[in-house]
Design a protein around this ligand. Structure first.
Ligand SMILES: Nc1ncnc2c1ncn2[C@@H]1O[C@H](COP(=O)(O)OP(=O)(O)OP(=O)(O)O)[C@@H](O)[C@H]1O
Ligand SMILES: [Mg+2]
Length: 259
């Protein structure tokens, strides 16, 4: 089983969209995948049609005493081979508990170490550094950083890389980074310049293409296989995500072999 954390401390860069799109592509290739919503805002959970109130069983139950197992929490989606675990708004309270509280930073790693049945687990992280992101990075084999193709996003990327290095040192196991340029608008100079800079500065850590802006993916419910399926689909972004997946799989396999 391979675990990928989809993370960037900057908001609105395409983390949830990337989690859903890569999840769909993995499932379409016959690779069973579990998506875990670690964001108290629960966008991924809502995309799957689960309401926030009453709070569903989900990630917070991994932090209970005794902790729930992932297999008790996962739900099947409308897409075959694609399951998910909900986030709850109560995760926001958990987020405020100390990340230095013994054991709390490893709750997800422990749950994953006992889990079987999925070849891939994708962790949709919240746009902040806290307990949930620490859990995700402690558990991940690969850190995927969706990075919006606009100049300010480069700061978010650097912040995320620093956080990744910090966790890598404390867990004493490599955490390779794969940067995925997202929301690319070829019509704007800022978009083109940022993408060129990403490719120049991060070389083999960055996908050599970009996921374009595409109004077809702006409906997350649709991506999650909810009833609006059948509208204009697949557009340009989903085929791009499918190509990005080839690169991510290659990168991940190279890391697995090197480990
Ligand atoms: N390729 C794309 N083309 C058009 N819209 C997109 C694309 N990717 C993402 N979006 C839209 O951009 C917005 C932000 O995307 P998303 O929710 O995936 O980002 P996020 O990083 O998960 O945000 P947050 O930090 O709030 O969790 C959403 O409205 C989403 O539908
Ligand atoms: Mg999100």
């Amino acid at each position: 089983m391979r675990v990928w954390a989809i993370a960037n401390q900057k908001g609105g860069v395409g983390k949830t969209t990337t989690t859903l799109a890569l999840g769909r592509s993995l499932a379409a290739r016959g690779l069973p995948v579990l998506l875990v919503d670690l964001d108290p805002h629960a966008s991924l959970t809502r995309a799957f049609g689960v309401a926030a109130d009453p709070q569903p069983m989900g990630v917070a139950n991994l932090f209970a005493t005794p902790p729930a197992g992932l297999s008790d929490l996962l739900r099947p989606s409308a897409v075959e081979g694609l399951d998910f675990v909900c986030a709850q708004t109560s995760l926001a309270t958990l987020e405020r508990r100390s990340i230095s509280q013994p054991g709390l930073g490893l709750a997800l790693s422990q749950a994953l170490s006992r889990h079987v049945g999925h070849e891939f687990v994708l962790l949709d992280c919240p746009p902040m550094l806290g307990l949930l992101v620490v859990n995700a990075l402690a558990a991940a084999d690969l850190l995927v950083v969706p990075t919006q193709c606009e100049p300010l996003a480069l700061h978010g990327l650097e912040g995320m890389r620093r956080t990744g290095s910090m966790i890598e040192r404390s867990r004493r196991r490599p955490l390779p980074t794969a940067i995925l340029p997202t929301l690319f608008d070829r019509r704007t100079r800022a978009g083109r310049d940022t993408l060129a800079r990403l490719h120049r500065d991060y070389r083999d850590q960055v996908w050599q293409h970009a996921v374009p802006i595409d109004t077809n993916v702006s409906n997350a419910d649709f991506l999650a296989g909810q009833p609006s399926e059948g509208e204009k689909f697949p557009g340009r972004a989903l085929p791009a995500y499918d190509r990005a997946l080839d690169w991510l799989l290659q990168t991940d396999r190279a890391m697995e072999r090197a480990a």
